[in-house]
Design a protein around this ligand. Structure first.
Ligand SMILES: Cc1cc2nc3c(=O)[nH]c(=O)nc-3n(C[C@H](O)[C@H](O)[C@H](O)COP(=O)(O)OP(=O)(O)OC[C@H]3O[C@@H](n4cnc5c(N)ncnc54)[C@H](O)[C@@H]3O)c2cc1C
Ligand SMILES: *[C@@H]1O[C@H](CO)[C@@H](O)[C@H](O)[C@H]1NC(C)=O
Ligand SMILES: *[C@@H]1O[C@H](CO)[C@@H](O)[C@H](O)[C@H]1NC(C)=O
Ligand SMILES: *[C@@H]1O[C@H](CO)[C@@H](O)[C@H](O)[C@H]1NC(C)=O
Ligand SMILES: *[C@@H]1O[C@H](CO)[C@@H](O)[C@H](O)[C@H]1NC(C)=O
Ligand SMILES: *[C@@H]1O[C@H](CO)[C@@H](O)[C@H](O)[C@H]1NC(C)=O
Length: 536
């Protein structure tokens, strides 16, 4: 008994010393590695700004009450990153890299081990070269900031990235980047021409001389390989007028239209992108609170109304869209039919449910996310249209839950012309569209969260017969730990199970690049690519 007490006292003090030394050691180490007062942009839980930086980071608040970082590093200059990497490594702290903070499993701001969150959001310089048609962006830049900067400089340039303004270019581009211009220009990652990456030794590597690394970070996820500092992106040419429209229908009685969309959306002209969102709603007509399933098409045409109307007459006369529908100012996002002729930046606003003539300044908003919007997502790729029986199941399951969505984005066009191994994103020719499944809820109690996640898993299981097989594939940027995670030993053969869902045959090459650039596996997480190793 007595010796047990002594032992526990001893352990306890060792524990304290260990914690204490890690904290002090980190700060001391930083001072050693840099000339200036680097602790200036380092925040510990006692710093007054610590919590607000963390709150801004956590776009999905599910983990708000768990595993906070030992330190947050929010560098204002690139040169402040090197000491953070070297000292975390030396002291034995893990590191998470945070750009926009939208990771679906929160891996940019949480970890089971003591860690430093490297917050890149103050590194947000954008240098546009219109003559060359390129732009250098630091990876703390959000996609909204990038779109805004491009539109301010030019009416005829754009960039093919995703829809949500606050998503970071750090995460989105390193994971692929699907958006309304992809059928014409490819993914965001297909339009990267160079990058600068800081490796585990604090060395800056460029894309030109480090071909394997450059390949890996364009769709393979940044966080396994190093800190991506900057992207050099190719701007694309857009006309001065584009057209955006939304068409909304109940699923009941209109399933045929959705099935037609499945049949043809991937083979429409590349200028026409029509995505479909299926979701449940409650109608409050006449006091009856009845749940139903609806879908809406959200579309962008890279050209004026006068070109679009005849195209729709040919492919989707069911939309009944007339020229006059596109010149009404006051239609709202929930209208059955909405259409606008706009500059590219207006189309960006429309796709994210803003009025297309809103000030583009809303693209710059940096709002703290709503603390009560918890969510979970996962994804699939579809190779053949879902049969009638599949749609019956979908309607039944969507009616079981609240606030659920299936977001379906058509592929084809330019995406089919790029080979599966050109970059790590392999979901090219042969895929019709991608599905993102999402469930949202407002009470993070253990029982409610697990019920929502269980529903999503059930839905995912029921979808199996209708989606890509061997392997069943998924999109990295809709990260789902349910597909599998790394275990203690970061075994390559076990990681292959989830890795090949995201990357198919490219997973092996990613693991080989990892072995080369980060052999000690410093940049690691539940779903980081482990160094290639045949024996396990
Ligand atoms: C509301 C919403 C809408 C979305 N819409 C789209 C869409 O239209 N199209 C689409 O393709 N995706 C979309 N996504 C998914 C989004 O692209 C991914 O979640 C993306 O990974 C988020 O990037 P981030 O920088 O915001 O997130 P973060 O959480 O900061 O980062 C995501 C991952 O990238 C790593 N990372 C970030 N920056 C760097 C860096 N500089 N160097 C190395 N690693 C880095 C992080 O460590 C983490 O693993 C959407 C997500 C949400 C929540
Ligand atoms: C370094 O910066 C911190 C935070 O701004 C400040 O409290 C501290 O006094 C500074 N130290 C030196 C030596 O300037
Ligand atoms: C965090 O914990 C507090 C106190 O238990 C609780 O009120 C709050 O809802 C929790 N927040 C989240 C996002 O889970
Ligand atoms: C979709 O295509 C299939 C095969 O060509 C066809 O049998 C079916 O009728 C089409 N469905 C719709 C709704 O157009
Ligand atoms: C549109 O909205 C504006 C401002 O709310 C209003 O002044 C105008 O009368 C509306 N026009 C129509 C056609 O409803
Ligand atoms: C959240 O759900 C739990 C469990 O069902 C319940 O006890 C609690 O009251 C709910 N909280 C709120 C704020 O609704």
């Amino acid at each position: 008994m007595r010796s047990f007490q002594i032992l526990s006292v001893l352990f306890f003090s060792l524990f304290l010393v260990n914690c204490y030394s890690k904290k002090e050691g980190f700060l001391q180490c930083l001072t050693k590695y840099s000339q200036k007062n680097v602790t200036k942009n380092i925040y510990s839980p006692n710093s007054p700004t610590y919590l607000s930086i963390l709150e801004y980071a956590q776009k999905n608040p599910r983990w708000f009450n768990s595993s906070h970082p030992t330190f947050i590093a929010s560098p204002k200059k690139e040169s402040e990153i090197r000491p953070v990497i070297l000292c975390s490594k030396k002291i034995g702290l893990e590191i998470t890299i945070k750009s926009g903070g939208h990771d679906y499993e929160g891996i940019s701001y949480r970890s089971e081990s003591p860690f430093v969150m490297l917050d890149l959001s103050n590194l947000n310089k954008i240098k546009i070269n219109l003559k060359e048609g390129t732009v250098w962006v630091q990876t703390g830049v959000t996609i909204g900031q990038l779109y805004y900067a491009i539109a301010k400089k030019s009416k005829v340039h754009g960039f093919p990235g995703g829809v949500c303004f606050s998503v970071g270019t750090g995460g989105m581009i390193s994971g692929g980047g699907l958006g309304a211009l992809m059928r014409k220009f490819g993914l965001a990652a297909d339009n990267v021409v160079d990058a600068r990456v800081m490796d585990v030794k604090g060395k800056i590597l460029d894309g030109e001389k480090n071909k394997d690394l450059f390949w890996a970070i364009r769709g393979g996820g940044g966080a396994s390989f190093g800190v991506i500092l900057e992207w050099k992106l190719k701007l694309v040419r857009v006309p001065e007028k584009l057209t955006v429209f939304t068409i909304r229908r109940k699923l009941e009685g209109n399933r045929n239209l959705l099935q037609k969309w499945e049949n043809i959306s991937h083979q429409l002209p590349e200028d026409l992108f029509i995505r479909a969102v299926v979701q449940n709603r409650r109608s409050s007509e006449g006091n009856v609170n009845k749940k139903y399933v609806e879908f809406y098409f959200q579309a962008q045409y890279v050209g004026p109304v006068d070109e679009l109307i005849p195209l729709l007459k040919q492919y989707f006369p069911e939309f009944n869209l007339e020229r006059k529908d596109c010149y009404q100012e006051n239609t709202t996002a929930s209208a059955e039919k909405e259409c606008h002729e706009v500059p590219w930046i207006g189309s960006v606003l429309h796709l994210f449910f803003r009025k297309p003539n809103d000030s583009p300044k809303v693209l710059l908003e940096k709002r703290i996310p709503i603390r009560k919007n918890f969510n979970k997502g996962t994804s699939d790729f579809v190779k053949t249209p879902i049969p009638e029986s599949g749609w019956e199941m979908i309607e039944r399951l969507l009616l079981e839950e609240e606030r659920v969505q299936m977001i379906m984005e058509p592929l084809g066009g330019k995406l089919d012309k790029i080979s599966e191994s050109e970059i790590p994103f392999p979901h090219r020719k042969g895929n019709l569209y991608t599905i993102q499944y999402l469930v949202n809820w407002g009470n993070n109690s253990e029982s409610i969260s697990s019920q929502k996640i269980a529903w999503l898993r059930k839905f995912y299981k029921e979808m199996e017969p209708y989606v890509a097989k061997s392997p069943r594939t998924a999109y990295l940027n809709y990260r789902d730990f349910g597909l599998g995670t790394n275990e203690e030993d970061y075994s390559y053969s076990k990681a292959k199970i989830w890795g090949e869902k995201y990357f198919k045959g490219n997973f092996e090459r990613l693991a080989k690049v990892k072995r080369k650039v980060d052999p000690t596996n410093f940049f690691r997480s539940e779903q980081s690519v482990p160094p290639y190793h045949l024996s396990h």
